[in-house]
Design a protein around this ligand. Sequence first.
Ligand code: HEM
Length: 439
Amino acid sequence: VPGPTPRELLPRLRELQQDPLEFLLELARRYGPFVRLPVPGLHVFSIAQPDAVKHVLQDNARNYSKRTLQFTNLALVTGQGLLTSDGEFWLRQRRMAQPAFHRQRIAGFGGAMTGAALRMLERWKAKQDGVLDLDHEMMEMTLEVVGLTLFSSDFSAAAKRMVEATLTALDHVIHKAQNPFGPPAWVPTARNRRFRQALGVLDRAVYRLIEERRARGQPHGDLLSMLLEARDDEGQPMTLRQLRDELITVIIAGHETVASALTWTWHLLAQHPQAEATLHAELAQVLGGRTPTMEDLPRLPYTRAVFEESLRLYPPAWLITRRATGPDTVGGYPIPKGSLLVLSPYITHRQAEAWPEPEAFRPERFLEDARPPRYAYVPFGGGPRLCIGNTFALVEGQLILATVAQHYRLRPADAKPVEAAPLVTIRPKGGLWVRLERR
Ligand code: HEM
């Protein structure tokens, strides 16, 4: 398998830690889309070739588990939620949760999505100098969307406490990911104690919310009530612990990802006035200043293409890892049992065979007829573990884009080039500072 020798890799480990996106991209440029990394005692492969990605995520998905550092760290917070569980347990949960993410259900969330966007626009009106950090704004707005879709009118003080505790706990996980050689979670360091405390606050808040909802017994049409009503093949509901894990998973998986996608969309539009003008023309023609609903989306193909092209260049979930539970052959190369596979949509989305001039922002790529081969575009993963919230995310992204772009143009507020920092998702380093221009 092509790849660097240990002597070539060693001096570059710092780079791997500081700028993993550029590091992985450079490896793919030099060695191709199938690279072996010589890590002592471990077989590590970085795979970006679409057919090989398809093989791992779909064709032979059963041979791969989520028992990797990425997901075991996250599981400290999300437990056995959909994102971090495996096997039969995962399958049962997936089947139970699936109906809640059906397109028809998501139509009911459209109002929560545009409502959060309109409230943000109200806040912007009050802004004197018109300069703000868009990264922060998008995070706040998508958090409100997740809160409202999970808890509807119950998204009050208690739910907010729970969401905040989730984010605090997640911060610790990020710290762990950045310091992989630090003490494990069970060692009573000050940081680990704070982490335990955050988890305690989180658990109490979630369990109280669930109990209150159960006691009231009111169907609300929100995600929480759908998960409460879900039954497995034997007619059994989720346990309290499972409900907790899934609620926290949705907050983590469904908040920062959409925020990151929207932030980069604004960044790209500000850099590409032609694309921005085409977007504005479509919105004016179809909506004429009206707040969009989900029914409008089929008539907004360019809006969708802008969002999809942004997900190509800056896929929020830039890292997908898997562990081989048995030996396999991928792309003609042997993969020993226990191997760690690194699949980065960021790299796959820059493969020149599928994407001519991959660095160029060209929404046209996603218009009719021109769609790319399926596994050359994997912002939501693929196969059985395909993002359960992908329709949710696409609808939310388009509705918010259409709502905000009708009122504002966002221009860079400082001349510094924007750098991409890959953490949980890809975020602009130091935020994305923009100047608001009313349209
Ligand atoms: C899984 C990306 C939005 C919930 C995934 C995976 C990816 C992804 C790549 C697969 C991970 C893997 O195979 O290891 C994204 C992106 C989003 C987004 C880029 C936004 C642009 C959402 C939203 C929700 C959500 C809005 C919920 C409301 C989930 C869940 C899983 C998941 C629960 C685990 C599914 C399973 O394994 O059964 N997401 N996601 N995601 N996502 Fe999303």
